[in-house]
Design a protein around this ligand. Structure first.
Ligand code: 7PM
Length: 260
C-alpha cells in the first residue's frame, strides 16, 4: 500500500511546497488520492533533524481542520503525532491510524490508542529530532532496531493493542547514518515478523541526497527506487511524497511477480 505524505508545516524541505493553509493541504491530499494513495499521512509537527517543537494548540490548528475534511472520504487517514491529546482528538475526528515516531512512548499515548479502534505505527528513532543526526551510533543497527521494535510491540500488546493493529517501521534517517540506513534497507525482511505490517519511509530523505547528489525535490527517481527495494524486501506500506511515480513502479513489480 502507498501512504501519501501531507505535511502541514511551514518548512518546505521535502515537498517543495508548504500546506499550512488547510485549503492547500486538502487540495494536495486529494491530488495524492487521485494518484492512487491508499492511505494519507497528515502531520503538523516537523520531525526533521534540528526542527523546533510545536505546541499542542498549534499542532491542533494545523491538523484537525484538514483531517475532518479528509476523514469524510474513502481513503484511511493516519495522523503523524507524538502527542496523546492530539491522538485522541484525531481519532475522534476520523483518523484510523496513529503514526508516532516515538512509538507511543509519551505518557498516556499507549492508552490513547488502546482505548480506540485505531491502528498504530511504531517507529524506531535513536535520540531526539533536534540532535539525532549528530552522532548516530550502533554496535549492530539491525539487531538493535529489531530488539527495540519487538519491545515496543510487546508493550503495546500488554496495553491492549492487538498485533494486527500494529505496524512497525525502522525509521530511516531518524538517528542513522547512510550506512545504517542501507543496512536496514538490505535487511528489511527481518522486521516483517514483528508486527501486523511493515512500513518503510525513505522518500526524498537525506540518504538519497548523499547517494545521488540531488536536492530534495529532485529525489523522485531515487525515492521510487528505494520504495521498490523496500517492497521487494518485505514492506507492506511505503510512505512517499511521489504517489503516482511509486504506483507505476509497483505496478510493474507486481506484474512481474504475479504474471498479470
Ligand atoms: C525533514 C526530514 C522533514 C524528514 C520530514 C522528514 C517518517 C515518518 C517522517 C518515517 C514514519 C518525512 C520526514 N518520516 N513516519 N515521518 N516513518 N512512520 O520525510 O520514515 O516526511 S518525517
Amino acid at each position: 500500500m502507498i501512504m501519501g505524505v501531507v505535511n502541514i508545516t511551514p518548512d518546505s524541505f521535502s515537498d517543495g511546497g508548504h500546506y499550512l493553509d488547510p485549503k492547500l493541504a486538502v487540495a494536495h491530499a486529494r491530488r495524492l488520492i487521485g494518484e492512487g494513495a491508499d492511505i494519507l499521512d497528515i502531520g503538523g509537527e516537523s520531525t526533521r533533524p534540528g526542527a523546533a517543537p510545536v505546541s499542542l494548540d498549534e499542532e491542533r490548528r494545523r491538523v484537525l481542520p484538514v483531517l475532518e475534511q479528509l476523514a469524510a472520504g474513502n481513503v484511511p487517514v493516519s495522523v503523524d503525532t507524538r502527542k496523546p491529546a492530539l491522538m485522541r482528538e484525531a481519532i475522534a475526528a476520523g483518523a484510523s491510524i496513529v503514526n508516532d515516531v516515538t512509538a507511543l512512548s509519551a505518557p498516556g499515548a499507549l492508552e490513547a490508542v488502546a482505548k480506540s479502534p485505531a491502528a498504530v505505527c511504531l517507529m524506531h528513532m535513536q535520540g531526539e529530532p533536534g540532535t539525532m543526526q549528530e552522532n548516530p551510533s550502533y554496535r549492530d543497527v539491525v539487531a538493535e532496531v529489531r530488539d527495540y521494535l519487538a519491545g515496543r510491540v510487546a508493550v503495546a500488546q500488554a496495553a491492549g493493542i492487538a498485533r494486527d493493529r500494529i505496524v512497525v517501521d525502522p525509521g530511516f534517517g531518524f538517528g542513522k547514518t547512510v550506512e545504517h540506513n542501507l543496512s536496514l534497507l538490505r535487511s528489511l525482511s527481518e522486521f516483517r515478523p514483528l508486527g501486523g505490517a511493515l512500513l518503510a519511509g525513505i522518500s526524498r530523505k537525506a540518504m538519497l541526497g548523499k547517494l545521488t547528489g540531488r536536492e530534495p525535490q529532485e529525489r523522485v527517481h531515487a525515492s521510487v527506487a528505494a520504495a521498490l527495494v523496500a517492497v521487494q524486501n518485505g514492506a507492506h506500506i511505503v510512505r512517499v511524497h511521489d504517489v503516482a511515480a511509486t504506483r507505476d513502479a509497483l505496478a510493474v513489480w507486481n506484474s512481474v511477480r504475479t504474471g498479470n
